[in-house]
Design a protein around this ligand. Structure first.
Ligand SMILES: Cc1cc2nc3c(=O)[nH]c(=O)nc-3n(C[C@H](O)[C@H](O)[C@H](O)COP(=O)(O)O)c2cc1C
Length: 324
């Protein structure tokens, strides 16, 4: 079964995607990219689409609500014809964000607000699909169970009919945001709605929500998913991809391995983004890796006060929390 790294703004950049690819992720989805900002040639937005050396296949995710603008942005991403474009390998596909629950996004009609307007969602899908088909890459659409109730089966039918080659279902409603637990049985209802397309190989079906062990992934596969996407559980534990790929042979990492990986990650982020921004971003990223370890609260606190790469690495290197 294919296992993906789910898109996470602020986290699934080139550095983290490479790490997850090395651990076995079959593909990874970028942070969400504003179609409007990309079309305006915004440099910061272009950075989000960077694909570096050594990454697994990378699907670039767009958000927006205007079909023509979304198609134009997809064309820019796939042609690479925008300022600041940097691809070590070409994008493996385009994903459309129809699941983001954040108020700033939905109040603009983007993200999960599109679940309230399936005909518009279908028009966006069809417009972007035309570009993807011409450029020879698949189109995926990521959405939730619904706004405040289960409407995903009809919604899935609409976007699949409009040409989605993959659907990714986050098994929570918009109202639930990121709590409570995801409900993989919703995947069963979506599977029933687009069974022919999934079984016929026309559409891949990716399940998402609370996958943190092989048993959790299995709950999606028994509900008809052909793929699974891991979100938050990967943030401090990219080894999870190894475990999901080979549960029986999996050996958990020791603290030396964890420490070495976090240090490498921080160094790579600083190399990519510069010291000030790299260190700042690394604080929350490193915190995921040390969560639950003895002494992690003190280490997290010190990391929050480290301003340079050398201080950051010294703290990680010297911490009891990361010693066997
Ligand atoms: C910090 C954070 C950022 C996220 N950013 C995005 C995003 O840019 N695009 C998107 O489609 N989903 C985004 N998501 C949602 C995740 O892709 C995923 O659907 C959600 O976290 C549920 O999966 P999980 O329970 O495995 O974390 C984000 C989630 C988190 C926690």
């Amino acid at each position: 079964m294919r296992i993906a790294l789910a898109p996470m703004a602020g986290y699934t950049d080139s550095v983290f995607r490479r790490i997850c690819g090395e651990m076995g992720a079959d593909y990874a989805v970028s942070e969400m990219i504003s179609a409007a900002a990309l079309v305006m040639k915004d440099r910061k937005t272009a950075e989000l689409a960077k694909i570096g050396e050594g990454e697994p296949p990378v699907v670039l995710q767009l958000f927006g609500h205007d079909p023509a603008l979304m198609a134009e942005a997809a064309e820019l991403l796939l042609s690479g014809d925008y300022p600041g474009c940097s691809y070590a390998s070409p994008p493996a596909g385009i994903d459309i964000n129809m699941g983001c629950p954040v108020r700033k996004i939905v109040s603009n009609g983007d993200g999960s607000a599109l679940m309230l307007d399936p005909p518009l969602a279908a028009r966006i899908t069809a417009a972007v699909k035309e570009v993807c088909a011409r450029r020879g890459v698949p189109l995926s659409v990521k959405f939730r169970m619904g706004w405040d109730s289960l409407t995903a089966p009809d919604f899935a039918r609409a976007v699949v009919s409009a040409g989605a080659d993959r659907i990714t279902l986050h098994c929570r409603t918009r109202e639930q945001m990121y709590m409570p637990s995801a409900d993989p049985s919703a995947a069963g209802a979506v599977f029933a709605a687009v069974k022919e397309e999934i079984l016929g190989g026309k559409t891949a079906f990716c399940g998402n929500g609370d996958i943190d062990c092989p048993e959790a992934a299995e709950r999606y596969f028994i509900n008809g998913c052909t793929e699974a996407a891991v979100g938050r559980a990967a943030l401090g534990n990219p080894w999870l991809f190894r475990q999901l790929k080979d549960p029986a042979g999996f050996v958990p990492p020791g603290k030396d391995e964890i420490r070495a990986l976090v240090i490498r990650m921080v160094e790579d982020v600083v190399r990519e983004k510069g010291e000030i921004r790299g260190v700042r971003e690394s604080r929350s990223r490193a915190a995921y890796f040390i969560r639950g370890l003895r002494g992690s609260a003190a280490l997290r606190d010190s990391l929050n006060h480290a301003d340079t790469l050398s201080d950051f690495v010294r703290l990680l290197d010297g911490s009891e929390a990361l010693r066997d």
